[in-house]
Design a protein around this ligand. Sequence first.
Ligand code: HEM
Length: 395
Amino acid sequence: MAEACPYPFPRPSALGIPERIAGIHSEPLVPVVLPSGDQAVLLTRYQDVRRVLTDDRLSRNLNRPGAARISRHNSMFQDPRINPDPPEHTRVRNLVARAFTAVRVQRLEPQIHAVVKELLDAMESSGGPVDLNEALAFPLPVRVICSLLGVPDEDVALFRRWTSAFLSVSHFPPEEIRAAMAEMSSYMAEHISHRREHPGDDLVSAMIRARDEDGRLSEYELQWWCRLLLLVGYETTATQLGGGVAMLLSHPEQLRRLREEPTLLPNAIEELLRWKIVGSSVSMLRYATDDIELDGYTIRKGTSVIPGADCANQDPEQFSDPESFDITRSENSHLTFSLGPHFCIGASLARAELRIATEALLKRFPTLRLTVPADELKRVEGALLEGFTEIPVTW
Ligand code: HEM
Protein backbone atom coordinates (compact mmCIF):
# COMPACT_ATOMS: atom_id res chain seq x y z
CA MET A 1 0.00 0.00 0.00
CA ALA A 2 1.14 3.56 -0.71
CA GLU A 3 2.41 5.84 2.06
CA ALA A 4 -0.32 7.42 4.21
CA CYS A 5 -1.28 10.95 3.21
CA PRO A 6 -3.01 13.57 5.38
CA TYR A 7 -6.82 13.52 5.31
CA PRO A 8 -8.96 15.65 4.89
CA PHE A 9 -7.24 16.34 1.57
CA PRO A 10 -6.24 19.93 0.74
CA ARG A 11 -8.47 21.77 -1.74
CA PRO A 12 -7.32 23.80 -4.75
CA SER A 13 -9.84 26.49 -3.70
CA ALA A 14 -12.67 26.79 -1.17
CA LEU A 15 -15.26 25.46 -3.64
CA GLY A 16 -12.99 23.08 -5.54
CA ILE A 17 -12.92 19.29 -5.13
CA PRO A 18 -9.55 18.13 -3.67
CA GLU A 19 -7.20 17.28 -6.52
CA ARG A 20 -6.30 13.97 -4.80
CA ILE A 21 -9.86 12.71 -5.43
CA ALA A 22 -9.63 12.71 -9.24
CA GLY A 23 -8.56 9.18 -10.21
CA ILE A 24 -8.38 7.99 -6.58
CA HIS A 25 -10.90 5.23 -7.45
CA SER A 26 -8.18 3.13 -9.05
CA GLU A 27 -7.13 2.40 -5.44
CA PRO A 28 -10.06 1.07 -3.40
CA LEU A 29 -8.32 1.59 -0.04
CA VAL A 30 -6.06 4.57 0.55
CA PRO A 31 -4.03 4.85 3.78
CA VAL A 32 -4.52 8.22 5.45
CA VAL A 33 -3.35 10.15 8.51
CA LEU A 34 -6.10 11.86 10.50
CA PRO A 35 -5.80 15.28 12.20
CA SER A 36 -5.05 13.39 15.46
CA GLY A 37 -1.99 11.80 13.83
CA ASP A 38 -3.69 8.36 13.94
CA GLN A 39 -3.85 6.23 10.80
CA ALA A 40 -6.92 4.92 9.00
CA VAL A 41 -7.85 3.74 5.52
CA LEU A 42 -10.12 5.68 3.21
CA LEU A 43 -12.59 3.70 1.14
CA THR A 44 -12.90 5.38 -2.23
CA ARG A 45 -15.37 3.52 -4.50
CA TYR A 46 -19.10 4.26 -4.54
CA GLN A 47 -20.27 0.63 -4.43
CA ASP A 48 -17.84 -0.29 -1.62
CA VAL A 49 -18.82 2.76 0.46
CA ARG A 50 -22.52 1.85 0.07
CA ARG A 51 -21.82 -1.74 1.08
CA VAL A 52 -19.82 -1.01 4.22
CA LEU A 53 -22.23 1.64 5.48
CA THR A 54 -24.83 -1.09 5.91
CA ASP A 55 -22.40 -3.72 7.26
CA ASP A 56 -22.65 -4.13 11.02
CA ARG A 57 -19.05 -5.38 11.24
CA LEU A 58 -18.03 -1.76 10.70
CA SER A 59 -18.63 -0.17 14.08
CA ARG A 60 -19.35 3.46 14.96
CA ASN A 61 -18.14 2.83 18.49
CA LEU A 62 -14.70 4.42 18.63
CA ASN A 63 -14.43 3.97 22.36
CA ARG A 64 -12.20 0.89 22.12
CA PRO A 65 -8.46 0.28 22.30
CA GLY A 66 -6.77 0.57 18.93
CA ALA A 67 -9.53 2.62 17.29
CA ALA A 68 -8.21 5.75 15.56
CA ARG A 69 -9.36 9.13 16.80
CA ILE A 70 -10.35 11.96 14.55
CA SER A 71 -8.87 14.64 16.76
CA ARG A 72 -7.12 14.70 20.09
CA HIS A 73 -10.32 15.91 21.75
CA ASN A 74 -12.91 13.29 22.60
CA SER A 75 -15.58 12.95 19.99
CA MET A 76 -19.22 12.35 20.83
CA PHE A 77 -18.77 8.81 19.55
CA GLN A 78 -16.27 8.03 22.26
CA ASP A 79 -18.78 8.64 25.04
CA PRO A 80 -18.76 5.39 27.05
CA ARG A 81 -22.35 6.02 28.22
CA ILE A 82 -23.70 5.81 24.67
CA ASN A 83 -23.47 2.77 22.40
CA PRO A 84 -23.63 4.08 18.83
CA ASP A 85 -23.95 0.58 17.31
CA PRO A 86 -27.00 -1.56 16.57
CA PRO A 87 -29.02 -3.00 18.22
CA GLU A 88 -28.91 -0.50 21.10
CA HIS A 89 -28.41 2.48 18.79
CA THR A 90 -31.25 1.29 16.57
CA ARG A 91 -33.67 1.12 19.51
CA VAL A 92 -32.79 4.62 20.71
CA ARG A 93 -32.63 6.06 17.20
CA ASN A 94 -36.06 4.62 16.38
CA LEU A 95 -37.48 6.41 19.39
CA VAL A 96 -35.94 9.69 18.21
CA ALA A 97 -37.01 9.03 14.60
CA ARG A 98 -40.55 8.39 15.82
CA ALA A 99 -40.54 11.91 17.25
CA PHE A 100 -38.73 13.38 14.21
CA THR A 101 -41.50 12.67 11.74
CA ALA A 102 -41.97 13.91 8.17
CA VAL A 103 -45.14 15.63 9.41
CA ARG A 104 -43.14 17.55 12.00
CA VAL A 105 -40.71 18.69 9.28
CA GLN A 106 -43.62 19.68 7.04
CA ARG A 107 -45.15 21.65 9.89
CA LEU A 108 -41.85 23.52 10.25
CA GLU A 109 -41.93 24.71 6.64
CA PRO A 110 -44.09 27.83 7.22
CA GLN A 111 -41.73 28.75 10.02
CA ILE A 112 -38.67 28.26 7.81
CA HIS A 113 -40.32 30.58 5.24
CA ALA A 114 -41.00 33.16 7.97
CA VAL A 115 -37.44 33.09 9.37
CA VAL A 116 -35.96 33.31 5.85
CA LYS A 117 -38.21 36.29 5.06
CA GLU A 118 -37.21 38.07 8.26
CA LEU A 119 -33.49 37.48 7.58
CA LEU A 120 -33.77 38.60 3.93
CA ASP A 121 -35.72 41.74 4.98
CA ALA A 122 -32.87 42.65 7.33
CA MET A 123 -30.31 41.88 4.62
CA GLU A 124 -32.13 44.07 2.10
CA SER A 125 -32.54 46.99 4.46
CA SER A 126 -28.82 46.87 5.33
CA GLY A 127 -28.17 47.88 1.72
CA GLY A 128 -25.24 45.43 1.40
CA PRO A 129 -22.61 44.21 1.03
CA VAL A 130 -23.14 41.54 3.69
CA ASP A 131 -21.49 38.34 4.85
CA LEU A 132 -23.99 35.68 3.75
CA ASN A 133 -22.85 33.45 6.64
CA GLU A 134 -23.97 36.02 9.20
CA ALA A 135 -26.99 37.31 7.27
CA LEU A 136 -28.63 33.98 6.44
CA ALA A 137 -26.63 30.73 6.43
CA PHE A 138 -25.90 30.52 10.18
CA PRO A 139 -28.93 32.20 11.78
CA LEU A 140 -31.44 30.09 9.83
CA PRO A 141 -30.50 26.56 10.98
CA VAL A 142 -29.96 27.58 14.59
CA ARG A 143 -33.42 29.21 14.70
CA VAL A 144 -34.92 26.09 13.12
CA ILE A 145 -33.27 23.67 15.56
CA CYS A 146 -34.22 25.82 18.56
CA SER A 147 -37.80 25.84 17.35
CA LEU A 148 -37.70 22.08 16.79
CA LEU A 149 -36.44 21.54 20.32
CA GLY A 150 -39.02 23.96 21.73
CA VAL A 151 -36.42 26.46 22.98
CA PRO A 152 -38.07 29.88 23.39
CA ASP A 153 -37.07 32.56 20.87
CA GLU A 154 -35.47 34.75 23.53
CA ASP A 155 -32.90 31.99 24.24
CA VAL A 156 -31.81 31.50 20.62
CA ALA A 157 -28.97 34.00 21.14
CA LEU A 158 -27.55 31.75 23.87
CA PHE A 159 -27.51 28.81 21.49
CA ARG A 160 -25.73 30.83 18.84
CA ARG A 161 -23.08 31.81 21.37
CA TRP A 162 -22.58 28.21 22.57
CA THR A 163 -22.55 26.72 19.11
CA SER A 164 -20.11 29.30 17.80
CA ALA A 165 -17.84 28.52 20.75
CA PHE A 166 -17.59 24.82 19.98
CA LEU A 167 -18.38 24.67 16.31
CA SER A 168 -18.42 27.76 14.28
CA VAL A 169 -15.94 29.49 12.09
CA SER A 170 -14.09 31.42 14.79
CA HIS A 171 -11.52 29.73 17.01
CA PHE A 172 -12.01 29.63 20.75
CA PRO A 173 -9.63 28.50 23.52
CA PRO A 174 -10.39 25.01 24.93
CA GLU A 175 -11.55 26.32 28.34
CA GLU A 176 -14.16 28.51 26.61
CA ILE A 177 -15.35 25.53 24.57
CA ARG A 178 -15.65 23.41 27.74
CA ALA A 179 -17.54 26.20 29.51
CA ALA A 180 -19.95 26.57 26.58
CA MET A 181 -20.56 22.79 26.53
CA ALA A 182 -21.23 22.74 30.28
CA GLU A 183 -23.59 25.74 30.10
CA MET A 184 -25.50 24.17 27.24
CA SER A 185 -25.75 20.79 28.97
CA SER A 186 -27.23 22.32 32.10
CA TYR A 187 -29.63 24.45 30.01
CA MET A 188 -30.74 21.29 28.19
CA ALA A 189 -31.21 19.37 31.45
CA GLU A 190 -33.41 22.17 32.77
CA HIS A 191 -35.30 22.44 29.48
CA ILE A 192 -35.99 18.69 29.47
CA SER A 193 -37.25 18.72 33.05
CA HIS A 194 -39.43 21.76 32.26
CA ARG A 195 -40.90 19.90 29.28
CA ARG A 196 -41.62 16.90 31.50
CA GLU A 197 -43.77 19.15 33.67
CA HIS A 198 -45.20 21.21 30.80
CA PRO A 199 -45.22 19.12 27.61
CA GLY A 200 -45.58 21.00 24.32
CA ASP A 201 -45.76 20.25 20.63
CA ASP A 202 -41.97 20.16 20.21
CA LEU A 203 -39.47 17.37 19.52
CA VAL A 204 -38.19 17.25 23.11
CA SER A 205 -41.71 16.65 24.43
CA ALA A 206 -42.24 14.00 21.74
CA MET A 207 -38.90 12.36 22.65
CA ILE A 208 -39.97 12.31 26.32
CA ARG A 209 -43.26 10.63 25.33
CA ALA A 210 -41.70 8.11 22.90
CA ARG A 211 -41.43 4.60 24.31
CA ASP A 212 -41.17 1.03 23.10
CA GLU A 213 -41.40 -2.31 24.89
CA ASP A 214 -37.98 -1.63 26.49
CA GLY A 215 -39.12 1.68 27.90
CA ARG A 216 -38.27 5.31 27.26
CA LEU A 217 -35.12 7.22 26.45
CA SER A 218 -33.05 7.68 29.60
CA GLU A 219 -32.38 11.20 30.86
CA TYR A 220 -28.80 10.98 29.56
CA GLU A 221 -29.88 9.64 26.14
CA LEU A 222 -32.37 12.49 25.81
CA GLN A 223 -29.70 15.07 26.58
CA TRP A 224 -27.17 13.39 24.29
CA TRP A 225 -29.58 13.37 21.33
CA CYS A 226 -30.58 17.01 21.89
CA ARG A 227 -26.89 17.97 21.83
CA LEU A 228 -26.27 15.76 18.79
CA LEU A 229 -29.15 17.34 16.85
CA LEU A 230 -27.75 20.77 17.49
CA LEU A 231 -24.13 19.84 16.80
CA VAL A 232 -24.70 17.93 13.59
CA GLY A 233 -27.68 19.87 12.26
CA TYR A 234 -26.32 23.37 12.53
CA GLU A 235 -22.99 24.01 10.90
CA THR A 236 -23.55 21.32 8.25
CA THR A 237 -26.68 23.07 7.00
CA ALA A 238 -25.10 26.53 7.33
CA THR A 239 -22.00 25.53 5.34
CA GLN A 240 -24.00 23.72 2.67
CA LEU A 241 -26.37 26.68 2.31
CA GLY A 242 -23.78 29.48 2.19
CA GLY A 243 -21.29 27.50 0.11
CA GLY A 244 -24.07 26.28 -2.19
CA VAL A 245 -25.10 29.85 -2.98
CA ALA A 246 -21.44 30.78 -3.58
CA MET A 247 -21.12 27.79 -5.91
CA LEU A 248 -24.15 28.93 -7.94
CA LEU A 249 -22.90 32.54 -8.05
CA SER A 250 -19.55 31.36 -9.36
CA HIS A 251 -21.17 29.25 -12.12
CA PRO A 252 -23.11 31.94 -14.03
CA GLU A 253 -24.29 29.56 -16.77
CA GLN A 254 -25.81 27.18 -14.24
CA LEU A 255 -27.32 30.07 -12.29
CA ARG A 256 -28.88 31.54 -15.43
CA ARG A 257 -30.39 28.15 -16.24
CA LEU A 258 -31.82 27.89 -12.73
CA ARG A 259 -33.29 31.40 -12.87
CA GLU A 260 -34.92 30.59 -16.24
CA GLU A 261 -36.17 27.21 -15.09
CA PRO A 262 -36.93 27.38 -11.34
CA THR A 263 -38.32 23.82 -11.36
CA LEU A 264 -34.67 22.73 -11.55
CA LEU A 265 -34.18 23.84 -7.94
CA PRO A 266 -34.55 20.39 -6.28
CA ASN A 267 -32.07 18.99 -8.83
CA ALA A 268 -29.68 21.87 -8.15
CA ILE A 269 -29.91 21.26 -4.38
CA GLU A 270 -29.00 17.57 -4.93
CA GLU A 271 -26.08 18.45 -7.20
CA LEU A 272 -24.80 20.92 -4.59
CA LEU A 273 -25.12 18.13 -2.02
CA ARG A 274 -23.19 15.72 -4.30
CA TRP A 275 -20.45 18.38 -4.41
CA LYS A 276 -20.24 17.82 -0.62
CA ILE A 277 -19.67 21.47 0.20
CA VAL A 278 -19.84 20.57 3.89
CA GLY A 279 -16.38 19.05 3.68
CA SER A 280 -14.61 15.71 3.92
CA SER A 281 -15.95 12.41 5.32
CA VAL A 282 -13.62 12.35 8.32
CA SER A 283 -16.51 12.41 10.80
CA MET A 284 -17.80 9.09 9.36
CA LEU A 285 -14.86 7.19 10.89
CA ARG A 286 -15.58 3.53 11.74
CA TYR A 287 -13.74 0.49 13.15
CA ALA A 288 -13.72 -3.02 11.60
CA THR A 289 -14.68 -5.60 14.25
CA ASP A 290 -14.02 -8.46 11.81
CA ASP A 291 -12.45 -9.11 8.41
CA ILE A 292 -14.68 -7.68 5.66
CA GLU A 293 -14.31 -9.07 2.13
CA LEU A 294 -14.99 -6.57 -0.61
CA ASP A 295 -14.60 -6.79 -4.36
CA GLY A 296 -11.11 -8.34 -4.60
CA TYR A 297 -9.66 -7.14 -1.30
CA THR A 298 -10.19 -7.41 2.46
CA ILE A 299 -10.55 -4.85 5.21
CA ARG A 300 -8.73 -6.48 8.13
CA LYS A 301 -10.25 -6.74 11.58
CA GLY A 302 -8.97 -3.89 13.78
CA THR A 303 -8.63 -1.39 10.91
CA SER A 304 -10.02 2.13 11.29
CA VAL A 305 -11.97 2.95 8.15
CA ILE A 306 -13.42 6.10 6.63
CA PRO A 307 -16.26 5.35 4.22
CA GLY A 308 -15.32 8.14 1.77
CA ALA A 309 -18.62 9.66 0.73
CA ASP A 310 -16.62 12.56 -0.74
CA CYS A 311 -14.71 10.13 -3.02
CA ALA A 312 -17.84 8.04 -3.76
CA ASN A 313 -19.70 11.17 -4.92
CA GLN A 314 -16.96 11.66 -7.54
CA ASP A 315 -16.73 8.04 -8.71
CA PRO A 316 -16.96 7.91 -12.55
CA GLU A 317 -18.38 4.37 -12.30
CA GLN A 318 -21.46 5.89 -10.67
CA PHE A 319 -21.67 9.48 -11.96
CA SER A 320 -21.04 10.41 -15.55
CA ASP A 321 -18.59 13.27 -15.87
CA PRO A 322 -18.39 13.55 -12.07
CA GLU A 323 -16.05 16.54 -12.00
CA SER A 324 -18.53 18.77 -13.80
CA PHE A 325 -21.03 20.69 -11.69
CA ASP A 326 -24.31 20.19 -13.49
CA ILE A 327 -27.66 21.19 -11.98
CA THR A 328 -29.54 19.22 -14.64
CA ARG A 329 -27.99 15.91 -13.50
CA SER A 330 -30.95 13.59 -13.09
CA GLU A 331 -29.46 10.38 -11.59
CA ASN A 332 -27.90 11.64 -8.40
CA SER A 333 -27.89 9.14 -5.52
CA HIS A 334 -25.01 10.81 -3.67
CA LEU A 335 -23.94 9.65 -0.21
CA THR A 336 -23.69 13.06 1.45
CA PHE A 337 -26.31 12.08 4.06
CA SER A 338 -24.67 8.63 4.52
CA LEU A 339 -26.68 5.41 4.51
CA GLY A 340 -27.65 2.56 6.80
CA PRO A 341 -28.09 2.75 10.57
CA HIS A 342 -26.61 6.28 10.83
CA PHE A 343 -28.32 7.80 7.78
CA CYS A 344 -28.84 11.50 8.57
CA ILE A 345 -32.01 11.83 10.60
CA GLY A 346 -32.27 15.50 9.58
CA ALA A 347 -31.92 14.96 5.80
CA SER A 348 -35.44 16.04 4.91
CA LEU A 349 -35.25 19.02 7.25
CA ALA A 350 -31.90 20.05 5.74
CA ARG A 351 -33.30 19.70 2.22
CA ALA A 352 -36.31 21.86 3.15
CA GLU A 353 -34.08 24.59 4.62
CA LEU A 354 -31.72 24.55 1.61
CA ARG A 355 -34.58 24.66 -0.89
CA ILE A 356 -36.63 27.38 0.83
CA ALA A 357 -33.67 29.65 1.60
CA THR A 358 -31.95 29.31 -1.79
CA GLU A 359 -35.17 29.93 -3.70
CA ALA A 360 -36.16 33.00 -1.65
CA LEU A 361 -32.65 34.48 -1.79
CA LEU A 362 -32.33 34.19 -5.58
CA LYS A 363 -35.83 35.59 -6.08
CA ARG A 364 -35.35 38.55 -3.74
CA PHE A 365 -31.92 39.52 -5.12
CA PRO A 366 -31.88 39.02 -8.91
CA THR A 367 -28.45 40.70 -9.14
CA LEU A 368 -26.85 38.89 -6.20
CA ARG A 369 -23.10 38.43 -6.65
CA LEU A 370 -19.91 37.69 -4.73
CA THR A 371 -17.83 40.77 -3.96
CA VAL A 372 -14.59 38.78 -4.26
CA PRO A 373 -13.54 36.25 -6.91
CA ALA A 374 -14.77 32.78 -5.86
CA ASP A 375 -11.22 31.43 -5.63
CA GLU A 376 -10.48 34.01 -2.93
CA LEU A 377 -13.12 32.53 -0.59
CA LYS A 378 -11.51 30.76 2.35
CA ARG A 379 -12.30 27.71 4.45
CA VAL A 380 -11.52 27.53 8.15
CA GLU A 381 -8.20 25.76 8.42
CA GLY A 382 -7.42 23.05 10.92
CA ALA A 383 -11.04 22.68 11.97
CA LEU A 384 -12.95 19.41 11.70
CA LEU A 385 -15.82 21.15 10.00
CA GLU A 386 -14.70 23.01 6.93
CA GLY A 387 -16.89 26.11 7.13
CA PHE A 388 -16.27 29.26 5.07
CA THR A 389 -14.63 32.13 6.95
CA GLU A 390 -17.03 34.54 5.20
CA ILE A 391 -19.09 34.77 2.03
CA PRO A 392 -19.21 38.45 1.07
CA VAL A 393 -22.08 39.28 -1.31
CA THR A 394 -23.81 42.34 -2.70
CA TRP A 395 -26.60 43.02 -5.21
C1 HEM B 1 -26.68 19.67 4.72
C2 HEM B 1 -26.88 19.33 5.98
C3 HEM B 1 -26.50 18.01 6.58
C4 HEM B 1 -25.58 17.07 6.18
C5 HEM B 1 -24.67 17.12 4.97
C6 HEM B 1 -25.63 15.98 7.14
C7 HEM B 1 -24.86 14.83 7.05
C8 HEM B 1 -24.93 13.77 7.93
C9 HEM B 1 -24.17 12.54 7.82
C10 HEM B 1 -23.13 12.25 6.72
C11 HEM B 1 -24.52 11.73 8.84
C12 HEM B 1 -24.10 10.31 9.10
C13 HEM B 1 -22.68 10.14 9.56
C14 HEM B 1 -22.23 8.71 9.54
O1 HEM B 1 -22.73 7.83 8.81
O2 HEM B 1 -21.26 8.47 10.24
C15 HEM B 1 -25.51 12.46 9.63
C16 HEM B 1 -26.06 11.97 10.77
C17 HEM B 1 -26.96 12.69 11.53
N1 HEM B 1 -27.56 13.89 11.21
FE1 HEM B 1 -27.17 15.01 9.59
N2 HEM B 1 -26.56 16.27 8.09
C18 HEM B 1 -27.13 17.49 7.79
C19 HEM B 1 -28.14 18.12 8.47
C20 HEM B 1 -28.76 17.63 9.60
C21 HEM B 1 -29.85 18.28 10.31
C22 HEM B 1 -30.53 19.58 9.88
C23 HEM B 1 -30.13 17.51 11.40
C24 HEM B 1 -31.15 17.70 12.48
C25 HEM B 1 -31.60 18.82 12.94
C26 HEM B 1 -29.22 16.37 11.36
C27 HEM B 1 -29.22 15.35 12.30
C28 HEM B 1 -28.41 14.24 12.23
C29 HEM B 1 -28.37 13.21 13.27
C30 HEM B 1 -29.14 13.22 14.58
C31 HEM B 1 -27.45 12.24 12.83
C32 HEM B 1 -27.02 10.99 13.57
C33 HEM B 1 -27.83 9.82 13.13
C34 HEM B 1 -27.37 8.52 13.76
O3 HEM B 1 -26.22 8.41 14.18
O4 HEM B 1 -28.19 7.62 13.80
N3 HEM B 1 -28.41 16.48 10.26
N4 HEM B 1 -25.75 13.69 9.05
